[in-house]
Design a protein around this ligand. Structure first.
Ligand SMILES: Cc1cc2nc3c(=O)[nH]c(=O)nc-3n(C[C@H](O)[C@H](O)[C@H](O)COP(=O)(O)OP(=O)(O)OC[C@H]3O[C@@H](n4cnc5c(N)ncnc54)[C@H](O)[C@@H]3O)c2cc1C
Length: 498
């Protein structure tokens, strides 16, 4: 598809750096820290806080003497429904043990006691009260500052170069050209393209679209995990642990309709069905006090966020709905973060290493960002010995005066309606036709950064819809109303290329 914006790098403010790491979550910060520790010239580009900061639960790792890498692996494979890539999983679990020591060396202080989460056969989730992600983010950020890593606040717009990365364009206070030998994308997932989502606004999935325009391959985008209990019309997630303590799911008449402790996807679909039938759904925590659970002490972050929104969980049931939470697929990478484009790497939620298969086991994703961030940094460090700066200038001009006929909100509605917790052939086909219609004139759109973003998120949505249509089965988090069972000939990865 090529470039979207109009630019001539000759006339843009510019700088030169060996490596740009885009994204400041656990994956990007780890990559940048390790690169810097290895003496590499690295720039961290970010548009702000992502999912890492909001992670409540923790990070899974088989560290306890009575636990084992084998058990962690089996638990993850069970959730992944036959699609976990075993060699990537082995790396995740075995190297995770080493990388957790790095996290501690960089200043994360985990609570002495670990917890168990759904699907784990051992309490191997390491946490810092209910704000593990924030604690990790703050420690990594401090380490990055200590090392003097350069940070640029801005948004990635274009990847420059044909078969190999030769630089990027960013937008902060205007367009800027950064000439680099390589780019590491650590831009997080794309669950925010759904109407209801637990993801914050900086995580939008547009970077996937940017590289799709370069012909980079996307894998398994149809696997989107939905969280059952996000406070209605917000991105405040109320973790499973609250239901674990006895909170109940009820409708507007106060009647229960599902066993709250069933697997995440089963509970989420039950709530989704109820809401589709016209009911409202609430999480009732009022009785927990009598059971000896002090909400404020046990779940300080959730409690504070609810109070800030004007809800009092000790006095009223809280309206909830399922929301898109975790993007399992992403940019296809090998075990070292390499993508199908030379000197472009991807790591964390934006990448697909295959560790999660068709369903992510809780708390494995922070570990993935940490482990593969480290490996990607090491790979980049070695590859840099063989890469040279290009001295090319880049230019792109096209006419365009139209505004898109839709906006981000309509795209989110389309995705929620037809590619949400339950999908089927007719709805997916309708959504693809609608989106293709919306996109038919993209080359005549005004070349603004807002329109660039909408185009790129739409491409990520198109990949998700197309692979959801292709996968005529139900597996893991992908549920098809017209094929409610797993089919052996679909026990393989999907791939999307523009
Ligand atoms: C509410 C919530 C709770 C969670 N709880 C847990 C948990 O307990 N355990 C667990 O393992 N996982 C959890 N997850 C999932 C986990 O947080 C993420 O998978 C993980 O943090 C992703 O890390 P990341 O570094 O890949 O991306 P993120 O942390 O999402 O960071 C992405 C970064 O990319 C930047 N970015 C994106 N696009 C651009 C662009 N175009 N230009 C510039 N910058 C860009 C963003 O600004 C951000 O800095 C949770 C997720 C949510 C939303």
């Amino acid at each position: 598809m090529g470039y979207f914006l109009n630019f001539d790098t000759h006339f843009l403010p510019s700088e030169k750096v060996d490596v740009v790491v885009c994204g400041s979550g656990i994956a990007g910060l780890t990559t940048a820290i390790v690169l810097k520790e290895l003496g590499t010239d690295v720039l961290l580009l970010t548009r702000g806080i992502g999912n890492t900061y909001y992670s409540q639960g923790g990070i899974a790792c088989a560290l306890h003497p009575q636990d084992s890498a084998y058990l962690h692996m089996v638990d993850t494979q069970r959730a992944g429904r036959g699609l976990c890539r075993d060699e990537a999983l082995r790396v995740l679990i075995e190297e995770g043990v080493q990388r957790m020591a790095d996290l501690e060396r960089w200043g994360v202080r985990f609570d002495p006691e670990t917890t168990i989460e759904g699907g784990h056969s051992y309490p191997r989730v390491f946490k810092v009260e209910d704000y593990t992600g924030k604690a990790i983010y703050q420690a990594l950020w401090r380490r990055a500052e200590e090392l003097g890593i350069k940070v640029l606040m801005g948004e990635l717009q274009e990847v420059l170069g044909k078969d190999q990365v030769q630089g990027i364009l960013t937008y902060g206070d205007g367009l800027r050209f950064i000439r680099s030998k390589c780019l590491v994308l650590a831009t997080g997932g794309a669950a925010s393209m759904f109407l209801y989502t637990s993801n914050p606004v900086n995580v939008r999935g547009d970077a996937l679209g940017i590289v799709m325009r370069k012909g980079v391959a996307i894998e398994n985008p149809e696997f989107v995990q939905f969280h059952p209990t996000v406070v209605h019309n917000t991105s405040i997630l109320v973790s499973e642990a609250v239901r674990g303590e006895g909170a109940l799911l009820v409708d507007q008449k106060g009647e229960r309709f599902v066993d709250e402790l069933q697997p995440r996807d089963v509970v989420a679909r039950a709530i989704y069905k109820k809401i589709k039938e016209g009911h409202r759904v609430f999480l009732d925590m009022r009785h927990l006090k009598e059971k000896g659970v002090d909400l404020q002490r046990r779940f300080p972050t959730v409690y504070r966020m609810l109070r800030e929104r004007g809800y009092d969980p000790e006095r009223e049931p809280i309206p909830v709905s399922p929301a898109a939470h975790y993007f399992i697929g992403g940019i296809k990478v090998d075990l070292w973060g390499r993508t199908s484009m030379e000197s472009l790497y991807a790591v964390g939620e934006c990448a697909c290493t295959g560790v999660h298969g068709a369903n992510r086991l809780a708390s494995n994703s922070l570990l993935e960002g940490l482990v593969f961030g480290y490996r990607t940094a090491v790979r980049v460090y070695h590859d840099l010995k063989f890469l040279r700066f290009s001295d090319a200038e880049f230019k792109h001009q096209r006419e365009g005066s139209l505004e898109p006929t839709y906006d981000f909100e309509s795209l989110k509605r389309l995705m929620w309606e037809y590619c949400g917790l339950e999908r089927e052939e007719s709805g997916l086909t309708h959504a693809i036709e609608t989106l293709r219609g919306w996109l038919s004139e993209w080359e005549r759109w005004k070349a603004t950064v807002e329109n660039r973003q909408l185009l790129d998120i739409s491409l990520t949505a198109l990949a998700t819809l197309s692979c959801a249509l292709w996968r005529r089965e139900s597996r893991g988090v992908h549920y098809r109303r017209d094929y409610t069972y797993e089919r052996e000939n679909y026990r393989r990865d999907s791939l999307f290329l523009i």
